[in-house]
Write a protein that binds this ligand. Sequence first.
Ligand code: AMP
Length: 430
Amino acid sequence: MTTFNDLGLAAPILEALAEEGYDAPTPIQAQAIPPLLQGRDLIGIAQTGTGKTAAFALPILDRLRDRRPPPRRACRALVLSPTRELASQIAGSFRTYGRHLGLRVATVFGGVGHQPQVAALARGVDILVATPGRLIDHLTGRTAFLEAVEMFVLDEADQMLDMGFIQPIRRIVSALPEKRQTLLFSATMPQAIATLADEMLKDPVRVAVAPVASTAEKVEQRVVHVAQGDKRMLLAKLLKGEAGGRTLVFVRTKHGADRVVRQLEADGIAANAIHGNRSQGQREAALRQFRDGAVPVLVATDIAARGIDVEGVTHVINMDLPNVPEQYVHRIGRTARAGAGGVAISFCSVEERPLLRDIERLIRRTLPAEGPPAPPAASPKPHRSAPRSATPAARGGTHGPQRPARYGSPAGDGRHALAGLPFMAAARRA
Ligand code: AMP
């Protein structure tokens, strides 16, 4: 088995890794670090959870050991990240792995004041981790310069494109020196990313780990068929029972996230929401309380949760199924990290069944299901892009024919979300 020592990293970095308890490199690290130490460009096909941050951070730190001072308002390594959370986490990783090197790490992202960032950049930094929009503000305001960048990382490139960052990225790349080392990481490789990679990288090494769908294998998954209007009660029941650990609840919209938090609070369950409309302070507080267990229920939208890395997430609950099946795999990948067990429970209303079919096709398996049997062929089958609010169940009004009977006592065997419900008893008798 390869060790970090074999990869050729310097002693102060090895020391920090040992302190972190990292025994051996992950596959993406073992493949990426040697060519990166040689100065090669690299395309890494890997998602969060594979150890990709260290795969780029360690060789960058190794190169920065020469301690050449960065020019004022400039940086030697630039990492672009799609979200503020991911940017903070990446900066934290650089600080952790580089703790014996005494390098300067700064972050630049929106939602917080400009001035502290200007001050942090003023003397120059070794590593700058930025989101594209705010970095462009600094370039325009001439409070940051990219002429001294030696290493450039574009992280989560597919997510960047989904979020409409393609033009800002091109603009940033055009401000970089020609002579540089470039790294691009992406969970998927659609044509638009391949084109971008062609523009940005020179003779890159390609490394790929576990295609998206295979992550799903580590997580114990099941589906609960439930009427839209009963999801709230089911969620509360799970959180008071089986999912009482550290649970991430996914919803489709920001408003949905706030609503779920209010409903949970009304049901006596403390929860925080994390989504794009919350301030940086609110997001950080929510993440901190989630990490330290003070508020172990976090309700998130897909974008806000992308890249969040919290250890020990015991359950992922999909209150709404995602419209894009790959997002399902990203969501459930928040649990069962680093070989630990994890459970993913997906609520599926009648109108979400086409989405469930798409997910099952992607992960190439049928998920075990609880709840009422499949609807008769004559049932409504909206197109996947149909507005969900158009369905009676989503409006909370009359329910369709599959609506299960009312909940019985909250007791149950604790194993199945719907145990103790009248229709489950009927199903068992059947
Ligand atoms: P990432 O894919 O970069 O988000 O990393 C996922 C998680 O794996 C993070 O919590 C890292 O601290 C952890 N990690 C990264 N590399 C290793 C390693 N070689 N051994 C153990 N844990 C690791």
